[in-house]
Design a protein around this ligand. Structure first.
Ligand code: MN
Length: 443
């Protein structure tokens, strides 16, 4: 029996443009800290070795600090660590693995799989690596190695490879794709007993004894990452047994979420969702915002985002499907007169077609006090000053009579809010129903 740790795609030195300035160095350090945690896990789980299945580094040009700190983190590992060159860090003429900095700092228990000769970890256990030698090999490196590989002489043997498996990337012809069937034949006839893969950043079972571990911290939205695999492999006279356990080592989250915003209640739900995210400073959000908001609510949305932004590692909102309803009613509510009022009217006319005018208008609303924190404060009394004193019936055409208002149920809610008909209790009620909706949306 042998137990080992399967990990991959550390991509140390990686940058992400959507992380805020202060978050980027923390994120880069977090990828190294996760390596420290997985090394400690190897100790706790009494693993005999660790395989890192390619893309250990983001590129062959990472700085000295990244290399040095990686080795510091790996000092925690109680066992041999095998690094595989992948497509990000291939074993080419410029390889980091042959650089003086790497060779000088490399601790003795860290090994680079530079060939496909079986490497003995200890008697009865071998590792066979399939290193990348260029970024575009244009052939299935794994099949090539397997063709030449003899069945092991009694040893349990772990293949270590990197790349997309053909059955998981069927669209388009990828000459580098790993042919799953060739691997399954090798698992079947005893040339290999487990195949540890890297490249796909989500932990994935391709077939029994053929897994992607995913990356140790997320690299993008939509991944099942932040894990490593503890693999226990055994063999008796007739069968190989394998138990794979996913363990979490990552601490960051990349969360993508869609919201349809049509009303003040929707906005409350959105704000509540933001407020209840755990570990905000280690979370980056991609928010897909759709729906339609009055200019007033759009200004409040901007304020909600503005308040949340410093708390999160990054917020990236995609709002090209969010419509902003501009009408004269909105213009009068701020109580602006003279030049300012004329400007609002001009912008409102252009805002129907121009994003820049829309944003300028929303900003003007915020600056004029049109958007305030909504928590527990009735919107109308908080923001609208003199406008709130107008009799409800005398204000310009109500939104529900506008063409958009007929189509969009949200206009009535926002009109109610603006007219001051919401008290604290009803605000609570709408927030409750909004969070129910949010819960449903996230389920
Ligand atoms: Mn890769």
């Amino acid at each position: 029996m042998v137990r080992f740790l399967h990990t991959a795609d550390w991509q140390l030195g990686m940058r992400r443009h959507y992380l805020s300035g202060e978050a980027l160095p923390r994120y880069m350090q977090a990828r190294i800290d996760a390596v420290r945690r997985l090394a400690a896990l190897a100790r706790e789980e009494k693993c005999e070795f660790i395989v890192v299945c390619g893309d250990v580094f983001e590129s062959n040009q990472v700085d000295r600090q990244t290399i040095g700190r990686t080795f510091e983190a790996l000092a925690e590992a109680p066992c041999p660590v095998y690094l595989l060159p992948g497509n990000h860090d291939p074993l080419d003429a410029a390889s980091l693995y042959n650089s003086p900095e790497f060779l000088r700092k490399k601790p003795p228990h860290v090994h680079v799989l530079t060939s496909s000769e079986p490497v003995e970890v200890r008697p009865g256990v071998e590792v066979v690596g399939v290193p990348w030698r260029s970024k575009k090999p244009r052939r299935d490196l794994v099949a090539e190695v397997l063709e030449r590989l003899e069945p092991s002489d009694g040893a349990l043997r772990v293949g270590v490879a990197h790349g997309a498996v053909d059955v998981l990337a069927p669209q388009g012809r990828n000459p580098e794709a790993i042919q799953r069937d060739a691997v399954l034949r090798a698992l079947d006839d005893g040339r290999l007993h487990y195949v540890a893969l890297g490249d796909r950043h989500s932990a994935t079972e391709v077939a029994p004894r053929m897994w992607y571990s995913g990356s140790q911290e997320p690299t993008d939205f939509g991944e099942t990452s932040g894990r490593v695999l503890v693999v226990e492999l055994d063999r008796d006279d007739c069968a190989v047994t394998c138990e794979v356990t996913e363990r979490r080592v990552g601490q960051w989250q990349f969360v993508e979420h869609a919201f349809e915003l049509l009303s003040a209640a929707d906005l409350d739900g959105f704000e509540e969702w933001l407020a209840t995210r755990p570990d905000k400073d280690r979370t980056t959000l991609r928010l897909r915002l759709s729906g339609a908001l009055t200019l007033l609510l759009k200004a409040q949305l901007d304020d909600v985002l503005d308040q949340a932004r410093p708390l999160f590692a990054g917020i990236n909102e995609i709002d090209d499907e969010l419509m902003v309803l501009t009408d004269e009613l909105d213009a009068t509510r701020l109580g602006l007169t003279g030049f300012a009022r004329t400007t609002v009217e001009k912008l409102a006319a252009r805002a129907k077609t121009e994003t820049a005018a829309r944003d300028a208008l929303a900003l003007l609303y915020r600056l004029a006090g049109g958007a305030q924190p909504a928590v527990g404060v009735p919107v109308a009394t908080a923001n609208l000053g003199g406008a709130g004193a107008e009799p409800a019936g005398s204000a310009a055409p109500a939104p529900q009579t506008s063409p958009q208002g007929d189509l969009l149920q949200g206009s009535q809610d926002s009109a109610d809010a603006a007219e001051g008909t919401r008290d604290s209790a009803s605000a609570e009620a709408t927030r409750d129903s909004a969070s129910t909706e949010a819960t449903r949306a996230s389920a």
